[in-house]
Design a protein around this ligand. Sequence first.
Ligand SMILES: [Zn+2]
Length: 71
Amino acid sequence: MTRRRRPSPSHPRRAVAPHFTREGRPKTPYRTQAEAAGAAQLAWTLHRAELDTYRCDYCHQWHIGKRFRDE
Ligand SMILES: [Zn+2]
């Protein structure tokens, strides 16, 4: 039996923002950058959506999304 530790809820929200969609749902995790890139390519083909791939600090997998601007 494995227990999963929940991350502390006191995390600043912006620190985990790249892990969530704008609706607040967790994004699809990809195990490799190549998988994420494939999904981004598909989004471009279907929707002309220009998406970046990035490594998530929260779950340590890859997501696709618009690049975050942090000024
Ligand atoms: Zn993540």
